[in-house]
Design a protein around this ligand. Structure first.
Ligand code: CTP
Ligand code: MG
Length: 231
């Protein structure tokens, strides 16, 4: 009998957090008793089926070198897509097979729950297709020019992409490699590269609370939610 393909988590953690405006990269800000990224890593560790967690950090960043249960790869790039691509190159060089599944999950998305990750894994394994957590657009979408609304777009069929995003290692590596020479322009998530490669990733409903800490006010929201969960 064939063994089930392995599931690997790849966590891009090499950003500077410019929009968050904090003193240090947002993923290392203290939040509810530990660093923000440690909440993210704890949620992934609680998913029993994930066999390896690779955190992609900046080349000179030793913050997670001694973090139990994770492997820090010092190959972060200039963009999120480049960090993910470099992480995939690292996985392949260290013996991971192209048939293995990779779950790419933002370090900054510290409110993800094991249940959400499990739902994505179940859907992708059952359909044998790559996919992502996403949320139907809750608000009315405006097209803006010069600070004024010029048009309102139909909300139907529009979803907000979250992470994890789960694809076969070989497929995702090839899809991203096609954009390496162009500096990964326009590639803001894994699914966008897969779509351009002709795939139609599966959308699995995520949650409004699986937010990405991005702006200064997001820290307080994330902390309140994490503390509430610890009750
Ligand atoms: N990321 C990365 N390498 C980069 C840029 C981003 O690994 N060159 C990671 C971030 O650390 C984060 C995730 O990708 O966990 C999502 O990116 P984002 O929220 O945009 O984080 P930053 O790029 O750090 O923030 P900003 O865009 O505000 O500078
Ligand atoms: Mg960014």
């Amino acid at each position: 009998m064939n063994e089930a393909p392995r599931l690997i988590a790849l966590v891009p953690c090499a950003g500077s957090g410019a929009r968050a405006g904090a003193q240090r990269p947002k993923q290392y800000q203290p939040l509810a008793g530990r660093m923000l990224v440690q909440h993210t890593l704890a949620a992934l560790a609680a998913v029993g089926r994930i066999s390896r967690v690779l955190v992609v950090v900046a080349p000179d960043d030793a913050t997670l070198d001694a973090q139990p249960g994770v492997e820090a790869a010092h190959c972060g790039g200039a963009t999120r897509a480049e960090s993910v691509f470099n992480g995939l190159v690292h996985l392949r060089a260290s013996g991971a097979a192209d048939t293995e599944w990779v779950l790419v999950h933002d370090a900054a998305r510290c409110l993800v729950t094991p249940a959400l990750v499990d739902a994505l894994i179940d859907a992708c394994l059952e359909s044998d297709e790559g996919g992502l957590l996403a949320l139907p657009l809750p608000d009315t979408l405006k097209v803006v020019q010069g600070g004024r609304a010029v048009r309102t777009m139909a909300r139907d069929g529009k979803w907000l992409a979250q992470t994890p995003q789960m694809f076969r290692l070989g497929h995702l590596h090839a899809a991203l490699q096609a954009h390496a020479a162009g500096g990964f322009a326009g590639i803001t998530d894994e699914a966008s590269a897969m779509e351009l490669a002709g795939c139609q990733p599966l959308l699995v409903r995520g949650g409004a609370l699986n937010l990405k800490v991005t702006y200064p006010e997001d820290f307080a929201v994330a902390q309140a939610l994490l503390l509430a969960r610890q009750q």
